[in-house]
Design a binder for this molecule. Structure first.
Ligand SMILES: Cc1cc2nc3c(=O)[nH]c(=O)nc-3n(C[C@H](O)[C@H](O)[C@H](O)COP(=O)(O)OP(=O)(O)OC[C@H]3O[C@@H](n4cnc5c(N)ncnc54)[C@H](O)[C@@H]3O)c2cc1C
Ligand code: SF4
Ligand code: SF4
Length: 423
């Protein structure tokens, strides 16, 4: 039987949802985003409604680049990394931003620069949910304080696109920050939505190896010996580079603070990554104006200040970056394009495995995403060592069976009581 993706429910139940939230923005009366603790942020579609408009925006089922690349795209990076107009290492010059951020604080510093010097109104992004520390919520920050309160990568489900209406309703242009799939969804939506297009001033994507489920964070918190219902805050990193996974529970004299190193926490959490991330062909924000990640080509030391690897993805991205440096908001140091490969070998390998995984998924009756003008075979062939090529085929076959990916999995919405998400 040939399986097809015809609705948003198909995307969610057939393991293709990235959790971006764009469908809920496009059809707000019909689609609600919920927290599914074992999957991620997921859409629930009202019975009896069609979701064709939302499906047209969905990056989970399909992703494509326009027929032409922006002028100045670096030829040697195009195949495996998408359009890159310049590569830099840099950091926020505001020490508070740099310290509290994940890497060098470029995402927050650029967003702040857009508000303070480029006359933009606010920043659409995500933060820890006010009433449930194990979950995330979308917010439009309009002050430095609000922006700073949401710094730091959260290795847990978040759906910034469900807040795009806040951008449309804003009195001026806004910045949007998200993972590559969030920014790709935003690009798909804006192409068909002039009201949103007019208000989106700038987009920033963070490199992303995959989103672990909420269950991952819950299990990690339990391992630290804390009660889920007592948790008041979860920081995944930041406050140092890369910074620790820090959980605060209880209050007053009963306050407990437990932490793990970034490496220990990520090693644990990555086992909970959603399946769609294994088939992701854009880990580095190919649809953004600017993309940021970690310059992992050198070791970090405990007292080292944060630093970011920065890619200009569009002429606008390059212009804003250079203006932000001139205005003293960020410091930039140009890098040779090859430093991108040195900094992110894992993401190159992950993207390299996609062609093999898609092939085996299709052969096993599991619908993969459709990619157009996002080459995957070339990366598989040229950048994946022979053993990894074989693994991309055999490992996928094994996972199709062990994760029962050939079956539909209905969305399970969690309820929240006393700050604790319950299955
Ligand atoms: C799931 C995930 C996987 C990642 N994988 C990689 C990787 O493989 N390689 C790598 O180099 N870096 C990875 N990162 C880290 C991230 O790319 C860097 O930290 C990036 O450089 C941002 O640093 P910054 O200091 O500029 O950001 P900051 O100035 O600290 O700003 C971070 C911004 O990201 C937003 N944000 C935080 N969590 C999320 C989320 N889950 N979804 C959407 N928006 C969010 C915040 O609202 C904030 O605006 C990952 C991050 C996440 C969330
Ligand atoms: S990927 Fe995004 S748009 Fe598609 S179903 Fe999931 S939340 Fe909705
Ligand atoms: S790996 Fe890709 S699909 Fe998964 S969360 Fe990151 S950008 Fe989205």
């Amino acid at each position: 039987m040939k399986r097809r993706i015809a609705t948003i429910t198909d995307v969610a139940e057939r393991h293709l949802c990235t959790g971006c939230g764009a469908c809920a923005y496009v059809q707000p009366d019909d689609i609600t985003m919920v927290d599914d603790l074992d999957a991620g942020r997921r859409p629930l579609v009202r019975e009896g409604t069609t979701s064709s408009r939302a499906l047209a925006a969905c990056p989970g089922a399909e992703l494509e680049h326009p027929p032409t690349h922006p002028p100045g795209a670096i030829e040697e990076l195009l195949g495996a990394w998408g359009p890159v107009l310049g590569v830099w290492e840099g950091h926020a010059l505001d020490p508070e931003v740099r310290r509290s951020a994940s890497s060098g604080g470029i995402a927050s510093a650029l967003a702040l620069h857009c508000m303070e010097a480029e006359a933009m109104h606010g920043v659409l992004h995500i933060r820890q949910r006010a009433d449930a520390a194990l979950l995330n919520e979308t917010t439009l920050s309009t002050t430095r304080e609000e922006l700073l309160a949401a710094t730091g990568s959260r290795y847990a489900p978040a759906s910034p696109c469900d807040g795009l209406q806040m951008v449309v309703d804003a009195p001026g242009e806004c910045v949007m920050i998200g993972k590559p799939c969030d920014v790709a969804a935003t690009r798909r939506v804006r192409d068909a939505d002039p009201a949103l297009d007019a208000k989106l001033g700038f987009t920033i994507a963070m490199f992303c190896a995959g989103t672990p489920s909420t269950r991952g964070t819950m299990e990690l918190v339990r391992r630290l010996g804390l009660e889920l219902g007592d948790v008041r805050s979860v920081r995944y990193r930041g406050n140092g580079w890369p910074g620790d996974f820090v959980v605060v529970a209880g209050d007053g004299e009963h306050e407990q603070v437990r932490s793990l190193s970034y490496a220990e926490s990520w090693n644990f959490l990555q086992r909970y990554r959603q399946w769609r991330c294994s088939l992701c062909a854009d880990h580095t924000g190919e649809f953004a104006d600017v993309a940021v990640g970690d310059p992992w080509y050198r070791e970090t030391t405990p007292d080292q200040l944060g630093s970011s690897l920065i890619l200009a993805r569009s002429p606008r991205g390059r212009d804003v970056l250079l203006r932000a440096a001139e205005a003293g908001a960020i410091q930039l140091r140009p890098l040779a394009p090859s430093r991108l490969v040195d900094a992110q070998p894992n993401l190159l390998a992950t993207r390299g495995a996609v062609w093999g995984r898609v092939l085996v998924s299709r052969a096993g009756g599991v619908v993969p995403p459709r990619y157009r003008r996002i080459p995957t075979f070339g990366t598989w062939w040229s950048h994946l060592p022979p053993k990894a090529k074989v693994r991309s085929l055999t490992g996928t076959a094994r996972r199709l069976v062990s994760k029962r990916l050939y079956r539909r999995r209905p969305v399970v919405a969690a309820t929240v009581r006393s700050g604790e998400p319950l299955a």
